[in-house]
Design a protein around this ligand. Structure first.
Ligand code: KG4
Ligand code: ZN
Length: 340
């Protein structure tokens, strides 16, 4: 007997992107993301502005996702939404919308942990993308998160280490601010890093035990370094920008790779998946690929559109939970500090 198709609407609104996606089983039919340009003026996400923009975006974004998928909303089997972690005001917009639509359509509601979703994005069926086999290690690196997680199955995950202060994307963005680059600075630092000398300048690597990370010391180190050098030569940044970017990138990748190597040593697991906005970084991609030959790792990098915050990753978790009939009650609350 042919199995019936399952259609899931995923909604993501945890930070500064309003996104809706439609999935048919584990294949994406549409994935619409409205990013919020307004925050660039402030050099970082302003929570109050983010929730207001979500309110404006959510109806058109969901509408567009359904239209692009070529289905009608009556065909939906369930609605999955990001419950947390994230900005409370932003989460509330997606949560309330998902609840009312699911209630109106009389279909199940599925709550999704955003951090699990970054990892389970690897299970979206895509031509040319291999899914990691269990168990594997996942490193989620973005503007809001830095975590290494042991993934035993779709829903059994253990955080082995995480940042004790800033996320790795923040290290990029805050260093960029010091250098006078726009927000977010990660892509620009990455582009310039490829043109500079990674060993031109040395920055201190944090000394954090085990698999936890720290990036706030590095940020201060870069700030003081640039201030000192600019005092000696007011054109220091301009004359050395590519080398500074290359040196920052070299330091950050060194930190990430050292922790990953330690995680592999501690667990014996050599299947490594990455996710989050910083996994677009050319340096980290290359460093990971190099380990395949050097250390016999197998690495998994999702398609770019599933690395940054998006609703496709929420919808795939929705699908996997739907198969388990793991539904949420309608009194479920958004939770800013949701753990994996
Ligand atoms: O996943 P994401 O879109 O949003 C968050 O959940 O934070 O990640 C955004 C972060 C920003 O900090 C941005 O600077 C960084 O990802 N980023 C990069 C690159 N592309 C984006 N960092 C380094 N290199 C890149 N190529
Ligand atoms: Zn995220």
């Amino acid at each position: 007997m042919k199995k019936e198709n399952v259609y899931i609407l995923g909604i993501e609104s945890s930070c500064d992107d309003t996104s809706a996606a439609i999935l048919c089983n584990d294949r994406i039919l549409s994935n619409v993301v409205a990013d919020q340009k307004i925050h660039a003026e402030y050099g970082g996400v302003v929570p109050e502005l983010a929730s207001r923009a979500h309110q404006q975006n959510i109806v058109p974004v969901v509408h567009q996702a359904i239209e692009k998928a070529g289905i009608s909303k009556d065909q939906l089997n369930a609605i999955a939404f990001t419950r947390g972690p994230g900005l409370m005001g932003s989460l509330l917009v997606g949560t309330s919308f998902a609840k009312s639509l699911a209630y109106g359509l009389d279909i199940p509601l599925i709550d999704v942990n955003h951090m699990q979703a970054h990892i389970l994005a690897h299970f979206i069926e895509e031509d040319g993308h291999n899914k990691p086999p269990f168990p594997f290690l996942a490193m989620t690196i973005s503007g809001g998160h830095t975590q290494i997680v042991k993934v035993t199955n779709h829903f059994e995950m253990e955080v082995l280490g995480e940042t004790i202060d800033d996320a790795v994307g923040e290290a990029y963005d805050k260093s960029g601010k010091v250098l006078g680059l726009g927000y977010p600075a990660g892509p620009e630092i990455d582009r310039r890093a490829q043109l500079g000398n990674p060993k031109a300048f040395q920055f201190t690597k944090p000394n954090v035990d085990g698999l936890n990370f720290s990036f706030s010391g590095l940020k201060t180190n870069i700030l003081y370094f640039v201030q000192r050098k600019t005092k000696e030569n007011p054109n220091f940044i301009k004359e050395n920008l590519n080398d500074i970017c290359a040196s920052i990138q070299y330091t950050i990748i060194g930190i990430l790779m050292n922790k990953l190597k330690l995680a592999v040593k501690q667990t014996g697991i050599k299947h490594i998946a990455i996710g989050g906005g910083v996994s677009a970084n050319s340096g980290i991609r290359k460093a990971l690929k190099d380990t395949e030959q050097k250390h016999g790792w197998t690495t998994y990098i999702p398609k770019f559109e599933y690395t940054t915050d998006n609703a496709a990753m929420i919808a795939i978790v929705g699908y996997l939970k739907y198969l388990e009939k793991d539904f949420a009650d309608f009194d479920v609350m958004a939770t800013a500090r949701l753990k994996i």
